[in-house]
Unconditional design. Structure first.
Lengths: 97, 323
């Protein structure tokens, strides 16, 4: 079973320079994100998803291979959760890791 | 919360007889409309009246008003010790949050206490620890840490054709999308006092007050044009991160938007208090303004560099408006 991740309500993401500024009303914190993290938040705006589902969607959008993106997405969760932008939801029994 | 516009006509503090200023301070107080906010101050200190008349001398004498955003007092404490070592205290809302100052130095206490009061109360504005000046309708914002030379550069620019909005507070109004004046005297410290005296000998400066927690301080009075225009805001034009370095050659390096965002957010007193509003305000500034890091050792060089830079800033905003 793979955990699913959901975007927190009320977050804001805006482009500033070469990065993205994000704000979480949960933490009250602002953080600068790279393109990959901002793209993950964009995918999650359509609803909660697992690492595999996010990687698959990003692969569709970018033309990259989903398997190549999996580790990249997995590596972003800690920062996104710590900054109050994303929360881990109940495990999804239908999707593998 | 916005302040009710006060009448701007009538005599200035300098043009008003000292006794009338003293009486007003001892009575209902003086109303000082600084642009983005109005202070009401009361005091039983004649020394304070004198120092106020010097550095706020061009402001209208207003012994009454319909509204003030901030209320405070500079008063001599009661008790026998007042005779042993005369002091003054800063009081607001019945409390005095700071240590007393010597009775002959009330102005720094008023300025620092007033800054503290503004930073904790004026949360309808994003308050940046930044110098702010205006030219051609656009604001130059100078956010900086203490010791960076921000106040010295702000003072110098204000004497070379830039309209002073503020030294201590870049007061950004997120609703109007513009910097507003918070027109207090520029607080100069230690060597900067003499530097500005030489740079602008005609400028009005208050007394040099030694042995404060920041060393010797003196306050540069805003000029009459800045006072007359203090009700007029300015759209953010550019952000400059100044850094004075002894003997360093002048350097003006562009900074990317993400660095500008971080610098502005970091230097905002009330960024966290404002939450999403603060975030949106800083994003607005970072998206609209180009930014540079300015390293300088000579004031004349720094002023000339910013003068030369400004047409580029104006062109940037024209392109942005056209897009």
């Amino acid at each position: 079973m793979a955990p699913a991740y959901g975007r927190r309500d009320g977050i804001a993401v805006e482009p500033v320079g070469d990065f993205w500024a994000a704000f979480s009303p949960v933490s009250g914190e602002s953080i600068l994100l790279n393109d990959e993290s901002a793209a993950i938040l964009e995918v999650l705006a359509e609803g909660p998803a697992t690492t595999q589902q996010v990687a698959a969607q990003l692969a569709l959008d970018t033309g990259d291979v989903a398997a190549d993106l999996h580790d990249l997405v997995a590596g972003c969760w800690l920062t996104l959760i710590d900054s109050g932008l994303v929360q881990q939801l109940a495990l999804d029994p239908h999707v593998g890791p | 919360m916005t302040s009710t516009p006060l009448p701007t006509g009538g005599p200035t503090l300098t043009a008003t007889a000292r006794d009338r200023v003293v009486d007003a301070l001892r009575g209902d107080g003086l109303w000082l409309d600084l642009g983005a906010a109005t202070w009401r101050v009361q005091s039983d200190s004649g020394v304070f009246a004198d120092q106020l008349r010097t550095v706020y001398g061009g402001f209208p004498f207003q012994p009454s008003g319909d509204w003030a955003d901030l209320h405070c007092e500079i008063v001599r404490p009661a008790g026998l010790r007042r005779w042993l070592r005369p002091q003054v205290i800063f009081r607001c809302d019945g409390q005095h949050p700071f240590e007393p100052f010597p009775a002959d130095s009330p102005l720094p206490l008023y300025e620092w206490g007033g800054n503290w009061l503004a930073a904790s109360r004026l949360n309808h504005l994003l308050l940046l620890h930044a110098g702010a000046l205006e030219r051609d309708g656009l604001a130059l914002v100078l956010p900086a840490m203490p010791g960076s030379g921000k106040s010295t550069l702000t003072a110098a620019l204000s004497r070379r054709g830039w309209r002073l909005l503020s030294d201590e507070f870049g007061a950004y109004d997120p609703v109007q999308g513009e910097l507003r004046a918070m027109l207090k005297p520029v607080a100069l410290k230690n060597q900067s006092i003499e530097v500005i005296r030489r740079f602008a000998p005609e400028a009005v400066m208050g007394p040099a007050i030694p042995r404060t927690r920041k060393g010797t301080v003196a306050h540069l009075a805003p000029d009459d044009a800045a006072i007359a225009a203090r009700g007029r805001g300015a759209r953010p034009g550019a952000v400059i991160l100044p850094k004075w370095v002894a003997d360093a050659p002048l350097q003006l390096e562009p900074i990317p938007g993400q660095m500008l965002f971080s610098a502005v957010a970091f230097n905002a007193f009330n960024y966290r208090v404002l939450g999403r509003t603060g975030f949106d305000a800083v994003v607005q500034i970072a998206q609209r303004c180009p930014g540079w890091r300015l390293t300088y050792s000579r004031l004349d060089d720094a002023v000339a560099a910013l003068d030369q830079l400004w047409p580029e800033v104006q062109a940037h905003h024209r392109r942005q408006e056209a897009a």
